[in-house]
Design a binder for this molecule. Sequence first.
Ligand code: HEC
Length: 141
Amino acid sequence: MRALLPIGALFIVIMMLAQGCTKDSGPYYVTPPLDTINGYDTVYFALDVVPIFVDQCWVCHPPNGGLDLGATNAYSELVNVQSIGFPSETRVVPFEPLQSLLWKKVVHSGEFGLNMPPNVILPNEDLEIIRNWIEQGAQNN
Ligand code: HEC
């Protein structure tokens, strides 16, 4: 019985070595993190931005401000589109949140009519998503 112990240990060591040698080290598959704030570099319009609009804005848009923020029309009604209520403004200027009416309204700047959503400030993570989306070129991705 005693003699079996070292043999058993040796067997385990051999198995571990064999395992080490046969183990395939590539290719690497990196699973994207699910945390959209800290994980992704890219903000996706459909995945990240539209859900905010649907949750927080769609109840009033359409029709308020002549703006439809539903999933189908939001992009074409925002990017490089002149504002209806404030014709000197563009709703979203790609790469330029500070020139975008959308941004000025959601940060409650008070410069152009009502802040959005009226009486509520979006959570920081939503603001960050909207800002990053504009800064990354307001893509239809
Ligand atoms: C309770 C209703 C309500 C909600 C919710 C709401 N809005 Fe508005 N929104 C309005 C009204 C009313 C106007 C028109 C008056 C104004 O612009 O001051 C407007 C105007 C706007 C405009 C200007 C459109 C233009 O070209 O004149 C933008 C941009 C806008 N909203 C974005 C948003 C966004 C983004 C959200 C969600 C985060 C949102 N709104 C949520 C009522 C709402």
